[in-house]
Design a protein around this ligand. Structure first.
Ligand SMILES: N[C@@H](CCC(=O)N[C@@H](CS)C(=O)NCC(=O)O)C(=O)O
Length: 213
């Protein structure tokens, strides 16, 4: 089976990169430079008409939406138990992943691309501040979920990879995320995983090529 992940550094395509690596899957990357609008090229839109990363090509067939990609990886490589097995725990994992996708992620976009939320002149800073405020409220909830825990469930799952990205990306904006001690600890533990170290090294290389071009 040939797997190709459409990926851009810093973006949420980090998550399937980590999970494919955890599952020891062989995969290639198709680097998409969002800064150069490569996700809006005719060629990329033919794969993913929504013009977003990630897209996972599975023998040439495109799978889009982070949650769908994560669940597919977990089911394709079951021995790595990337989703909890027990049905209620599985649904609870999906619940946290849906929250990452539908609640946290939009607050990150609101800070990165305020012009998409309000086009009134000079509104950007206030849109970003509101996004930051909501994001911090969401991280406070996650911080409680992670109290006394290394992972969201009893072992590493897709949820850890997804929340790791949300928190890392969220920490690049101006709100104070250092106050969330459990989220910080979770991020540090994630960064000790070989899969995340491989990703971060890969990101560095790709960013160098972006800077050079
Ligand atoms: N609902 C999509 C959202 C993906 C998404 O928003 N990806 C961002 C990167 S984190 C993107 O491609 N942004 C490009 C743009 O919106 O122009 C998913 O969960 O996969």
């Amino acid at each position: 089976m040939k797997l190709t992940l459409a990926y851009c550094p810093v973006a949420c395509s980090m998550v399937p990169y980590i999970l494919l690596t955890e599952a020891k899957a062989e995969f290639e990357t198709m680097v998409i430079n969002l800064g150069k609008a490569e996700h809006l090229s005719e060629k990329y839109l033919a794969l993913n008409p929504k013009g977003k990363v990630p897209t996972l090509l599975i023998d040439g067939q495109a799978l889009t939406e982070n949650i769908a990609i994560q669940v597919w990886i977990a089911q394709q490589f079951p021995s790595f138990e990337l989703m909890p097995k027990e049905p209620l725990k599985f649904a609870q994992a999906l619940s946290v992943m849906s929250w990452c996708s539908s609640a946290i992620h939009p607050k990150l976009t609101q800070q990165a691309r305020p012009e998409r939320y309000c086009d009134l002149p000079e509104s950007a800073e206030s849109v970003q501040n509101l996004g930051s405020h909501s994001m911090l409220e969401l991280f406070a909830i996650a911080d409680n979920m992670l109290e006394g825990r290394q992972h969201f469930f009893d072992h590493f799952t897709c949820v850890d990879a997804y929340f790791y990205w949300c928190f890392k990306r969220g920490s690049m904006f101006k709100g104070d995320t250092l106050i969330f001690k459990n989220c910080q600890r979770h991020l540090q533990l994630m960064e000790q995983r070989p899969s995340v170290q491989k990703l971060l090294a890969f990101e560095k290389e790709v960013q160098k090529t972006f800077a050079a071009n």
